[in-house]
Design a protein. Structure first.
Length: 70
């Protein structure tokens, strides 16, 4: 018994068609966007963003922002 071999492009199209059929266009797009490759270097950006800041300071800032919302 042999199974047909499809190109990756064909497999992707069939998978997208099935997803759209089952959950709709909008939710399919939302689902697929989870797997998009980002850009940049998060590690370097994070180090630059939080340079000189302690974990305790970050936690205090988060708590303060949450309190401001309520």
């Amino acid at each position: 018994m042999t199974a047909p071999i499809h190109t990756i492009s064909e497999v992707n199209q069939r998978a997208k068609d099935a997803l759209i059929r089952e959950i709709g266009v909008v939710d399919s797009i939302r689902f697929l966007n989870q797997f998009r490759i980002g850009s940049g270097n998060y590690t370097a950006e994070r180090e630059s963003l939080f340079e000189g800041t302690t974990v305790k300071e970050i936690i205090a800032d988060i708590k303060s922002r949450r309190a401001d919302r309520t």
